[in-house]
Ligand binder design. Sequence first.
Ligand code: NIG
Ligand code: FE
Length: 409
Amino acid sequence: MNVDLLLRNVHLATMDSAEGYGEILNGALAVHAGRIVWLGPDSKLPPDVRPTEEADCFGHWLTPGLIDCHTHLVWAGSRANEFEARLHGRSYHEIAEAGGGILSTVQATRAASADELSDSAYLRLRELLAEGVTTVEIKSGYGLDVATEVKCLRVAKELGGSVPVRIHPTFLGAHAIPPEFARRADAYVDFVCEKALPAVKSLGGVDAVDAFCETIAFSPAQCRRVLEAARKLGFAVKLHADQLSDSGGAGLIAELGGLSADHVEYTSPGSVRAMAKSGTVAVLLPGAFYSLRERQLPPIAEFRAQGVPMAVATDCNPGTSPCTSLLLMLNMACVLFGLTPAEALAGVTRNAARALGVQDRRGRLAIGLDADLALFDIDHPRDLSAFMGRRPLLRRWVAVGARVPSPAS
Ligand code: NIG
Ligand code: FE
């Protein structure tokens, strides 16, 4: 068997089992044409494997390339002033209602050129990649008019052209009510459904639609309209749900067969059951929980009991989670939410792939899956969650031996 790359003398955290890390000690892994074609104990390596390139991994640990399944990576401006204001006692609600929050980023993002947006997003992307990330979801939602939303989605798509990474752009038109629609939320929802969604559809390469279901954003009925219109156009759907209150958002996205309900701190037991039934992933965002000094913990025990897959992501955004470290999120998911280190790692591999609808192609080390890999200088995969601020990545590969596909493929 001819293969492009053979990794030997490597411990594998395959993440290909319902629990734990799916460890294979003293393993080997072969890759051809962008896919994993063999893996197992090195002692069982078939004698006919003939690699173009062979690498000794010196007993380091190989994991699936990490997946950040929830980011808002493309924006302009800074909200550090709001960080400071919150520490002087102002709440996220108050700041948002006074025209700060998401809307201040919208103003800066509308004014920025595509090149400016691309340059700043690229710096953030590079930070993620330096930790072993190989797939990144990127939401729009700081434009809120057709031209700026399309500008941001284009920037997101094209980020994948400058560096080996897979990008999944998501349209988040229903993120906030823009100033030109102030106090006319329903009219803005009409605009999103009738004007913005078709424009995004014809742009192409955008695979999902998201909305922000919250008292300071859109009601469940308004989110339903956006998501149903999106489904009619063939988009997958997901939702920022139950972050600051229980609006039934997670139940709504489960009912619509959505990929994921994200944040989910206030999600009720009934909504958890609905998510279990529909296979909707709970995307945990400990960076936002931490930054907003929230108290309400997501219902982790119920997710476990009902078998709802849990993913973990950075939610990288300028307001509530200014964070480009997915590894720090592993630590926070463990310390703040009580995930086990194996659950946390599954949250940025196997379950993050599911949150993007690519669980058959990525998120595990298994034969036939995409050869997106990360090699770490660690003693055990639990180290990835236990440490803060360390960067143990030695090397990452995206689709070895194949052209990296364009966004959303
Ligand atoms: O995921 N919740 C809504 N959206 C972002 C916050 C965006 C912002 O404050 O700029 C989030 O936390
Ligand atoms: Fe978010």
